[in-house]
Design a protein. Sequence first.
Length: 450
Amino acid sequence: MRLSIVILFIFPLFTFGNTDTGGIRFLNYLSWKQIQEKAKKENKYIFVDCYATWCGPCKAMDKDVYTDKKVAAFFDSGYISVKVQMDITPGDNDIVKQWYNDAREIDKAYKISAYPTFLFFNPNGEIVLKEIGFKSPDSLIALASHATTPGLSYKDEYKEYDMLVKVFRSGKLNVKKMPYVINIARALNDSSLADSLTEQYEKVLKKLPTSQLYDKAHLNYLASHIQSGSNAFFRLFYPNGSKVDKIMGQKGFSAAVADRVIKKEYTGPALTVASQTDVAPDWANLYQTISTRYNSTYADRGILAAKLRWYQYKRIWPSYDSTFLAIINKYGLSSLDIYRSLYVHPNETTLMARDMTLNWFAWDRVFMTDASRQSLQFALQQMPGVVRRSASFGLYWAYATRDTYANLLFKAGNKEQALKWEREALQYALELQDKTEIKNCEETIRKMSM
């Protein structure tokens, strides 16, 4: 199944919803206090769409979901709805400006870290549910219906974080908890807190003997924050990171740190210049530069990853396909982490990011094209693992990966197995109550059965 790459553009502001075309009626002309008062008086739930002007999925919600008549009918009958712009732009109108203070308070209270974020409140103004990311019309209705479940209470994922922030501000925070607080603060765009903690934490780390740096919490933090090969802590990971790999329980953990540094210092800047000049990087010269500083293995892997990014950017698909297979066959799936091409949300796991890329390749580059036999076989080998792991990432992902795998099998001529997996995909679509995907599955099964 196709899962689009998320590209962020600037779009015109969509503020009110469009009642003339059957869209949700967003009451942005009211203040947050008035919204709460109205909901309590009318005994209605509150739906808040927290969006940003640059957010692609937010615009897709405006265009394809909020204008849906069944969505509008559901929300207008049981909800008071409002859209809250979380960023500030020079083109903001008066109504958006009137919401600036309320937007800041909502951001602070409910920690909006990704867009779109949907907040659901009961008639008493108490939050009962928070969700992130694009939703189809049926999925949004199902979500809003669940939010009205009697007795539903919000599980605050930031409860520990809030407690630790209070402890930190009292001057008593355990140093091993600092990386956790720093990472959450960064995700929440609380730069002041994150910078203050980072400064204190790194002072502590610099005073520690090397033996004490070999701690999982410290190493995790350093691995994600080292930006340069000249960083004093880089020596823990390169040239010999075997001890770190053992502590982290992950072979190649240290190599991944070096890969990211190479991207930051060499291939990333080269690609930036190339995109500006529309001239491909001098790959041979870049390879020589990297191999002199590191070694030929790091240089080769870094160049292949950068080429993959360049070919995708330029849509040079034959070169992209061959390079995709080459880097994975040579260096494994972890090589996809160097340049992630797909975005889920800030809390996505590395494994999810890899599987998103594999599913995209299987659908867009194999099923939807005259792919080589080699590419088809590669995708058929990878998709069972993607399907198996999908259970950890939600019903929709379980549905989507099965749909992809089924279509690949059908393309390969394995009609019996294709029907088996497409019927499984249909069961997930039914569980999701997503009428669009149910219809797609039923149509696919009909075609496969002919």
